[in-house]
Design a protein around this ligand. Structure first.
Ligand code: PHE
Length: 451
């Protein structure tokens, strides 16, 4: 008989796809992807990124979701119960443990950046009521980073929003919100792409994003692209495992997985096509935009557009919503774990986990101003946390998931979770999690760190 999750279940296939796509589509697509592409040579980065999604991301996405669905609990307990069921070592639950740590670290800076979008939304709202608006993109952004009180305020607001939804249980508010908000975000991006086409610098943007200069591909570019593939698909920290736990048995994991990956990649590419025409139109240097890229560049377009304040407000609000549906999936695994392991209610558990994340977020936040001299490996505190969690811990987590699904789990078990695949495709999947994905991840990590 099929197990049910104590935390509730998705009401339908669409609900799962929306929630998982909501987790995948977030700041990673619209904030992180364009600035990484800009810092890593454009087309070269994009090409490696797309290859990582197809060759490594998709097979691991299937693996995470199927493990979650089989175990029906938070990732750590799912792995422990699988150990009891199949007799393998309990040590594999380290995947869940490490994943929870990555989720906490990622959410800590994610919430600070989501706070920036709230602040920008607020500035545009004020402009609609006669405020000054954003005249000088870089000056406004620099001013925000230098102002710990404002950063703290919006970081706290965003964490309260995240805790609020997780405390309520994911199905209720979220399923409905995502259905409405994701299409709106898509539409907004398309409007910006049209603006880009009209400014006349669209061709330059397409060339920058899609003409790979192979001489620019080095171990840093490849590692950044791999980390981004994991980050953007929400992989490697067992978050998709947590969402898979609430997935009804009759839903096809491969079909849902492919839809999620297509939506995620589509939004990232659209974001690139919306942002780079503006970068070129305003004669900015696409190299080295850094994390501030969209926050300095987009306001230039908005101040140039008729009704720009309204666009600005809508854009940053939608971006905040995209970040929200992702941050929920980052707080869910630690919360579910606390609910299973302690006498805490879901509400108290989400508050406890949320406060911990909020406190760690202060490191990133103060690293922009009070502790701006602190450098770890040439990065500020936020950059260092982002690098370790996204580019090192996520690929390592993905590597372990992949090996686990390919070598530890019995083929009978995984085959039963993927009945929709033809025998040929199933075999292809199994070998990609056994050999292809792990080797590629190991190769990338060793290029960067061994040499
Ligand atoms: N995928 C999300 C984004 O692109 C971030 C995220 C990473 C969410 C890992 C959950 C888990 O913004």
């Amino acid at each position: 008989m099929d197990k049910q999750s104590v935390h509730g279940m998705w009401s339908s296939r669409t609900a799962f796809i929306l929630a998982a796509a909501g987790s995948a589509v977030g700041l990673g697509n619209i904030w992180r992807f364009p600035y990484l592409a800009s810092d890593n040579g454009g087309g070269a980065f994009v090409l490696v990124y797309l290859a990582c999604i197809a060759l490594i991301g998709l097979p691991i996405l299937f693996a995470e979701v199927l493990i979650g669905r089989h175990g029906r609990q938070s990732p750590i307990n799912t792995l422990l119960s699988l150990a009891r069921e199949t007799g393998h070592s309990r040590a594999w639950s380290v995947i869940g443990m490490m994943g929870m740590l990555s989720a906490i670290l990622i959410l800590s800076f994610y919430s600070v950046v989501a706070g920036w979008t709230l602040h920008y939304g607020w500035l545009y709202l004020a402009q609609l009521f006669g405020g000054a608006g954003i005249e000088d993109g870089p000056a406004t952004f620099g001013g925000l980073l230098g102002d710990p009180k404002t950063l703290l305020f919006w970081h706290s607001v965003f964490m309260v929003l995240t805790i609020g939804v997780v405390a309520l249980g994911v199905e209720k508010g979220l399923e409905r919100a995502v259905k409405l908000l994701m299409p709106a975000l898509f539409l907004m991006l398309i409007l910006l792409v049209i603006y880009g086409v009209r400014t006349g610098h669209f061709g330059a943007a397409v060339e920058f994003l899609f003409t790979p200069d192979f001489s620019k591909i080095d171990e840093n570019v490849v590692l950044a692209a791999l980390g981004q593939a994991f980050f953007s698909l929400s992989l490697g920290l067992a978050g998709m495992m947590a969402y898979g736990a609430y997935l009804p048995r009759d839903v096809s994991i491969p079909q849902a997985g492919v839809s999620i990956a297509l939506m995620d990649t589509g939004v990232a590419l659209l974001a690139g096509l919306a942002i780079f025409p503006i970068v070129f139109a305003f004669n900015l240097d696409p190299a080295g935009g850094g994390p501030g890229l969209i926050f300095t560049v987009l306001p230039m377009a908005f101040s140039d557009m008729w009704g720009g304040a309204l666009y600005g407000l809508a854009f940053f609000l939608l971006l905040m919503f995209a970040a929200w549906t992702s941050s929920i999936s980052l707080l869910e695994p630690p919360t579910a774990y606390l609910v299973e392991r302690t006498p805490l209610t879901r509400r108290s558990a989400s508050i406890l986990a949320g406060v911990l994340v909020w406190a760690i977020g202060l490191l990133s936040l103060l690293g922009f101003n009070v502790w701006s001299e602190v450098r770890i490996g040439g990065r500020d505190l936020q950059g260092a946390i982002e690098f370790v969690a996204s580019d090192v811990m996520l690929p390592l987590g993905g590597l372990l998931v992949s090996l686990y699904a390919g070598w530890v789990l019995d083929a009978k078990l995984t085959r039963k979770e993927l009945p929709q695949l033809s025998d040929g495709l199933y075999t292809a999947w199994r070998w990609s999690v056994r050999v292809v994905a792990p080797l590629l991840v190991l190769f990338v990590l060793s290029q960067k760190f061994a040499g």
